[in-house]
Write a protein that binds this ligand. Sequence first.
Ligand SMILES: Nc1ncnc2c1ncn2[C@@H]1O[C@H](COP(=O)(O)OP(=O)(O)OP(=O)(O)O)[C@@H](O)[C@H]1O
Ligand SMILES: O=P(O)(O)OC[C@H]1O[C@H](OP(=O)(O)OP(=O)(O)O)[C@H](O)[C@@H]1O
Ligand SMILES: [Mg+2]
Length: 286
Amino acid sequence: MENIIRIAVQKSGRLSEDSLSLIKECGIKFYNGTGKLKSTSTNFPIEFLFLRDDDIPGYVADGVADLGIVGENELVEKNKEVNTLKKLGFSKCRLSLAIPKGQDYPGLSFFDGKSIATSYPKILGDFLKSKNLQAEIHEISGSVEIAPSIGLAEAICDIVSSGSTLMMNGLKEVEQIFKSEAVLISNKNLSPEKLSIVDKLLFRMNAVQTGKSNKYVLLNAPNHSLDKIISLIPGMRSPTILPLAQEGWSSVHSVLSEEQFWENIEGLRAAGAEGILVVPIEKMVV
Ligand SMILES: Nc1ncnc2c1ncn2[C@@H]1O[C@H](COP(=O)(O)OP(=O)(O)OP(=O)(O)O)[C@@H](O)[C@H]1O
Ligand SMILES: O=P(O)(O)OC[C@H]1O[C@H](OP(=O)(O)OP(=O)(O)O)[C@H](O)[C@@H]1O
Ligand SMILES: [Mg+2]
């Protein structure tokens, strides 16, 4: 079917919730009851396939799905020919080398001649090669952190986020070899009809992302400091200035990134701004 796109998302796991929230925030409605592996939106030409994340790059490369949401770690590991359309800013983690807590770590030479358990043999293999290290890679599909304690390997290479899984298993992180976040990928040969639907989806995703990274700021300021305040929070085109009922004061409305807000808050207060409100933005089209 040409007038509908198929997107592959993780069925259940670390990517699922944020992937589905993003799609819902784009105003796309669908049903995803437990156990249902396929679903069609009721208000956007998109069909969902709920899959294991390992299979998503391959399905998108083969054209079974037109789009997919997957971690960069899985994408690079599977080494499939797809386009990466967008970083999505969630499921941020890293792939790291870790060793038993009590071991001395002299640097990367530690791994020469050692055995390393991992679910990411390609990324690890490429890293070892780039450092001219010879190590034996033991590929296992999960619970990698257990490997050293059961004598399967002397070190591991696995996903780390907070580091608590490593700590609970008596390991310490010694090298970060890859940084990852969720990305939107697409098949390389989409028809013009499908590309036009993908463009509409990207437009919505950009509006959601831009909205999230910006804030709507309202404050009261004495009129004599308006020039200073406008220079600190210039906004999209320029701030809105409305007179307050009290003579000599104005309300200033502007849009700025959260970082800009924190960078400028002292300056705003020093210029006499008060009653400062910071409001989240749901969608923003620039
Ligand atoms: N602790 C974490 N914090 C943040 N992101 C993570 C974390 N663990 C994994 N991820 C990211 O989420 C992706 C999916 O992780 P998950 O643990 O759900 O995978 P899985 O167990 O292989 O799932 P599946 O059953 O779909 O194969 C990973 O490939 C990685 O990109
Ligand atoms: O540094 P941390 O915050 O502890 O996160 C890292 C852990 O998270 C992931 O597993 P997950 O909990 O998703 O379970 P899984 O083994 O089922 O993939 C990953 O495989 C690590 O084991
Ligand atoms: Mg998986």
